[in-house]
Structures are given as C-alpha cells and as structure tokens.
Write a protein that binds this ligand. Structure first.
Ligand code: SKM
Length: 269
C-alpha cells in the first residue's frame, strides 16, 4: 500500500513517522513518504497519485489548489473548501477533510467541552476554516479575530459565524468572554517569545488550544497554564487528522498511542 503527503516544503512534517509506525504495528506493509510538490508540478503529481498511490494527505500550500483535479469531494471538504486527504478508488480520486473532525477528536480525547461553547478563533487562514466549520457544525458560538478583517468576514459569511474583528480592544473583550480560545495563527511557531494574545485578556476559566506543535508548549500555552486555564497543544489535532485519514485509506483504525509516540519522538529528535 503506497501512501504519502503532497505539499511544499515538507522538511518538518511528522506524518511519515506517524503513518509508517502505524503501518508497521498493524503489519500492513506499504509505505508513507513525503512527496515534495512545488506548485507548478501539482497536476503531474496528482496523476502520479492516481496511477500509483492508495491515498495521500495534502498540506500547505495545496489544500485548495488540488480540488479541481479530483473526481469527487466529501460534503465536509466541499463546505470547508479544502482537502487534506485523497482516497484513490481504482483511479477515481475522492477528496476529504480530516482536519475538521481531527480537531474535535483531540478536544474530546482531552475532555474539553465544545458543544454550545463560546469560542474565539485567532486567525482566519486554512486551519481556521476547518476548525471554525467543525465547531459551528457542533453547535458552538464561533467568533474570529484576524489581522485582516476581510478574511474573517469571509468566514463569517460562509459559515454563519458570530462576531469577527481586527481590533485589539474588541479582541480583548471577546477573549475575556470565551470558554474556548483556539490559536490557528503561526505566532509562537519556533518562537518561544511571541504570543498571539496578551495574558491580561485571558478569561477567568476555560481552555486555550494552540494548534502549533513546535514547540509543544508555546508562550500562549505556558501563560494560559500559569493563569489556571486548561491547555491543549497542537499534537492531538495532527495525530487525529492522520488517524482518520489512515482509516479512510486502509479501513483499519490505527493505533493512536503508536502515532503519538512516533510524532513525539520525531519532534524530540
Ligand atoms: O492536514 C494535515 C496534513 O494531513 C499533514 C500535515 C503535516 O504532515 O504536516 C499537516 C496538516 O496540514
């Protein structure tokens, strides 16, 4: 079974380690490899996948660009407007999005309540789309703060979200009144000194999630923990979106603990 990941660049991905460990543990054989794909070679790469692969994940910057090359889309991928998993049914390529349910699985595993929660999402890029859609579908009240208002307003219109803002003071009020705050920006990625939200603006109780996983504890999470809030790092979403993709390709539920361990070992290496 040939599996892989399409994106560019792919030097820091944990997916090959996670999926290889799952394939080995289950004795399925096969492989999962990083397929670095610069934009101008995307069409060619999709045809290679059609001929030779059971399925692939898709990551930045191709999650939207890959859609026109596929034969069908799951309802979730169509609504979110992004594909992170392709399943090859004998030459027919089907696009899915496992980022959205993967995010919710991570919350559930950690015992974080989100149905009916008052949520603030920081950022309005690709990851924010999947997360906003998933939380809204699950009945949360979703608000978005983003540096450019236009992108946040676009999400608001498409998914029927609550308030959106690009204003720091409005953001402060939104943060203070949230049960759940989710950082989807890259602020904090490989930078232990920067944070997307001032600690003075934290709510008195609730949860802060950062989908960044390098470092596992960002400044945002460190400060949230110090303020007595519950925290969740970016690994659960990554592992669960991978596990759901694995199940789509193989029909087998992968060993989650093995995938977590492989991802953690690769991060620590
Ligand atoms: O959606 C996922 C993708 O399936 C794999 C990935 C990675 O390996 O870095 C990141 C996310 O975009």
């Amino acid at each position: 079974m040939r599996l892989g990941l399409i994106g560019y660049p792919l030097s820091h991905t944990l997916s090959p380690a996670m999926h290889t460990a799952a394939l080995r543990t289950l004795g399925l054989g096969g492989s999962y490899v990083a397929l670095e794909t610069p934009g101008e070679t995307l069409a060619q790469r999709v045809e290679e996948v059609r001929r030779e692969y059971r399925g692939v994940n898709v990551t930045v910057p191709h999650k939207e660009a890959v859609m026109p090359y596929l034969d069908s889309l799951s309802p979730e991928a169509r609504s979110i407007g992004a594909v992170n998993t392709i399943v090859n049914h004998a030459g027919r390529l089907e696009g899915h999005n496992t980022d959205a349910p993967g995010f919710l699985k991570g919350l559930e595993e950690a015992g974080i309540e989100y149905r009916g929660a008052k949520v603030l999402i920081l950022g309005a890029g690709g990851a924010a789309r999947a997360i906003a859609w998933a939380l809204k579908q699950a009945g949360a009240q979703v608000r978005v703060a983003n540096r450019t208002l236009q992108r946040a307003a676009q999400l608001q219109r498409e998914f029927g979200l609550g308030e959106v803002t690009d204003d720091e003071w409005v953001l402060a009020g939104m943060a203070r009144s949230s049960d759940l705050i989710v950082n989807t920006t890259t602020v904090g990625l490989k930078d232990p000194a920067s944070t997307p939200l001032r600690a003075e603006w934290f709510p008195e109780k609730g949860t802060v999630v950062d989908i960044v996983y390098d470092p596992l504890e960002t400044r945002l999470l460190r400060e949230a923990r110090a303020a007595g809030l519950k925290t969740l790092d970016g690994l659960p979403m990554l592992v669960w979106q991978g596990a759901l993709a694995f199940e789509l390709w193989t029909g087998v539920r992968p060993p989650i603990g093995v995938m977590y361990q492989a991802a953690q070992e690769t991060l620590g290496a």
